[in-house]
Each structure stands twice: as C-alpha cells, then as structure tokens.
Design a protein. Structure first.
Length: 287
C-alpha cells in the first residue's frame, strides 16, 4: 500500500475509533435516538441539494438509510447508554464481518474458508465471555444491542452489494435523509416529549462538538476515505485494517472517558481480535 494511502487508512480508523467515546460525550445530555437523528439530518442537509442522487433504485437508498441509521447507529448509541463501554462497543461492532460472511454464503453462494470458521468460533468465545462478565441486566442488554447493530451493518453491506452503487459518497448523503424521522419516532415512543424538551438546554459546547465530529468526520470524511481505499486496493488488503478501529476505540475511551477494563475483559478482547484477524486473513493469490 502506498504511504499516502496507508496514512489515510490510519486516519480513517482513528476517526472511527474516536467516534465511540466522543459520541458518549454527546449521550451524557441528549437521548441516543435524538442524537443519532440530528447526526443524520445534518449529514443529509444541505448536501442533498448540491450532490446528484446516486444512479440506483431509490428503494435501496431508503432501505440502507433506515437500516444504517436506525438499525446500526441508533441501536449502538442506545446500547452505549444502557451500559456498554464505548471501547467494548467499538470492538463488538466488528462482528459484522462474520454476519457478512454468512450473508455471502446464503445469498451469493460464496464459500466460507476454514480460517473464517475458526475466526468466527474464536470471536464467539470472546463475545460469550464478555456477555458472561457484564454486571447488571442493562449492561447485558446493551451488549446484545451492539451485536444486533453489527447484524444491521451486515444487512446494509448486502444492500450496497445488491444495488451495485458506485457513487458511495452520494449514496451515503442521500441515504441519510431517511433515518431521522424513524429515530425521532423511536425516541418519542420510549420517552415521550421529554426526549426533545431537554435538547435546547443540552446543546452545550461538548454536545455540539460531538455532533459535528459524528457528521463531518465520522460520516462524511471517514466513509469517503474508506471507499477511496476500496477502489484502489483489493478488499482483502483493506478489510484487515478495520481491526485498528477497536484498538483506537478502546485506547481513546481510556484517555477521554477514563474507561477502565478488567484483566478478564482484556483476555476476551484479545480472543475476539485474534478471531477477527484469523477470519480476515487471506494468503495472496499467486499469478
């Protein structure tokens, strides 16, 4: 990989890792579904008036927007609020790799290699260990919510693959039009008007900085950078770099939030990372 592309990869994974503790800062004062709705509203507007709509069926754009915005990020933020540490969340979301492998096998008749089965088994052991060592029902529910969001992310990947979209940035901007209303309805269903009444007072400098980071760095810049890499290199070269996301996520959560991780949790984290590495590893094909 060229040095400038490697630097871009490091920057993108750093931004995505930082996104977890920085989102947590916003969640201190704003409902998770309201915060996520604001994020995607700003990600869509005003760019939809500037950027041409992607040349795919609009149903794909709408479906991806709801699944990615509500099913993935809304659920992730709700899981973090329920008690999952941002560092652990940044790790568990990577389980989408194995859900994506399963969809590839079922829908596209892709063959799952032995190393991928082994990696999935190791990741399952690590996930079971993390769930078993959570304290309190809310924390366990939060972990299960993050796993659900990983499933949603994998479904979003299937939608992108089936749609055949080429203009990924345009696709992301237009898809961002669809999550806000379902997200705001979810907030209303769970907490009524209280979820919205406190927003004006909650928009202090920390909350505003958290929202701006999520919109312009974690959404616009990071997805542009990642898809630039996917266009320039094989997926087998780019995908393993995603393992840096939980590394940056856990480290930044410890630095920004003072998060402390027990020795037992470190052990299960290591098992999951090894499982992900094994599952993503692929020998270079000989010409």
């Amino acid at each position: 990989m060229h040095k400038k592309h490697l630097a871009l990869a490091l920057l993108v994974t750093l931004v995505w890792g930082l996104n977890f503790p920085i989102t947590k800062l916003g969640l201190h004062s704003i409902d998770p579904f309201v915060l996520t709705g604001i994020r995607f509203a700003l990600a869509a507007l005003p760019l939809v008036f500037i950027i041409r709509r992607p040349a795919v069926k609009f149903g794909y754009v709408a479906a991806y927007g709801v699944i990615f915005g509500l099913g993935m990020w809304g659920v992730i933020n709700y899981g973090i609020q329920r008690g999952v540490s941002p560092g652990i969340a940044s790790l568990l979301i990577q389980l989408s790799v194995f859900f994506s492998l399963g969809w590839g096998c079922v829908l596209f008749k892709e063959k799952i290699r032995g190393a991928q089965w082994l990696g999935a088994f190791l990741a399952l052991i690590g996930l079971t260990g993390i769930i078993a060592t959570q304290h309190g029902d809310h924390a366990v529910q939060g972990v299960l919510l993050i796993v659900l969001s990983a499933l949603a992310w994998s479904i979003g990947n299937v939608i992108i693959k089936i749609s055949g979209v080429k203009e990924i940035f345009s696709f992301m901007v237009w898809a961002s039009l669809f999550p806000p209303i379902p997200l705001f309805l979810m907030a209303w269903w769970l907490h009524g008007s209280a979820a919205f009444d406190s927003v004006p007072a909650a928009l202090d400098l920390t909350a505003i900085a958290s929202i701006l980071f999520q919109v312009y760095l974690a959404t616009h810049f990071a997805y542009w950078g990642w898809n630039t890499l996917l266009k320039a290199y094989p997926v087998s070269t780019v995908a393993p770099l995603s393992l840096l996301i939980p590394v940056f996520g856990i480290a930044s959560s410890m630095l920004i939030l003072g998060e402390r991780i027990s020795t037992l949790h470190w052990l299960f984290i290591a098992v999951i990372i090894i499982g992900l590495a094994v599952g993503l590893y692929r020998k270079s094909a000989r010409v």
